[in-house]
Design a protein around this ligand. Sequence first.
Ligand SMILES: [Zn+2]
Length: 372
Amino acid sequence: MSVCTLTRTRCCCCTALECCSTTMAAASLSVDLDFTRRLPKIELHAHLTGSISRACLHDIWMSQKRQQPDLAIEDPLVAIPSGKVDYDVQTFFPLFSSYIYKLCNDVASIEFSTTAVLHEFQSDGVVYLELRTTPRAIAEHNISKDDYVRTVTHLLTAHNEDTSNTMRVFLILSVDRRNTLAEADEVIDLAIKYRSSGVVGVDLCGNPAKGDVRTFTTAFSRAKAVGLNITVHFAETAASATDQELHTLLSWQPDRLGHVIHVKDEFRAMIEARNIAVELCLSCNVHAKLITGTYSDHHFGMWRHSSVPVVLCTDDVGVFCSPLSAEYHLAATNFDLDRRQLKQLAERAISCIFMGSTEGGRLRNIYSTWEV
Ligand SMILES: [Zn+2]
């Protein structure tokens, strides 16, 4: 470690003044979308079905329409018009239950859409991805929840085994807030069964206006006991941010928290004291009006000055149309982050991944040789 005479600060990355000035010059270059696309990124909060692009949904619809000319499902490009991103809590969940799930309802469409989602994240410069999905049984096609999870894990494994791919992907299985305890237990059982096939954790998601999270305490305790990682959607709306709910969720000892919007100082202090990572989704929160105001008002501005790891995530890029590179660009422009700060932000997510040391080492190597 040396003292850089240019900055008069200790430099931990080099021993030469020349290196420091080069790094400073690079960091002072403007942050544009080309930079945020090239930046290696780690995505930890992305719902598989919500990440399917409209173009991909349209391709699936075209294929099904060819096979069934009387298909009674509207063209995705009509049902979800290009440019429409203002889905809120009232319109977001029905979009899935009454439309996207009906379209992606057989093995072919699940395989096609999952493969497309992986390709799009990788093309955006994502080097590590944890996708999450709620196991779905599709009776009309004789698909069980087990079949669904097996189909998705096969695709993820094939992706990871292809050495030409620059991104590695793992799976989180979600419990939906509308589930019964028996259904939640089924999700935990599937997560345990498919652990050796790339399932790294479990999640609690779904409409924040529904359900009582206390229903699931024994299921998540069991997940924790067997060593599965836990992330939960946390304080997404005022309705899902009662003291009782947040105390219950924290009692599950989650490893990460998603959204973390409606938190009082008391809970903020608990999150900091336990150093729980937060998964923050700028565009989703703004477009869905989960926060008041716009990007510059987002609680990223508060959490980034806290001691906990902060990870930028997309949530549902297929719905909100902002890939992870765009989220980094939004963070840079609204919170005045330079190239070096964006790289530090991206790199810090390594400490929050559920896959552990093997992937951590690979990712540290990527960042150690990547220059801003
Ligand atoms: Zn989410």
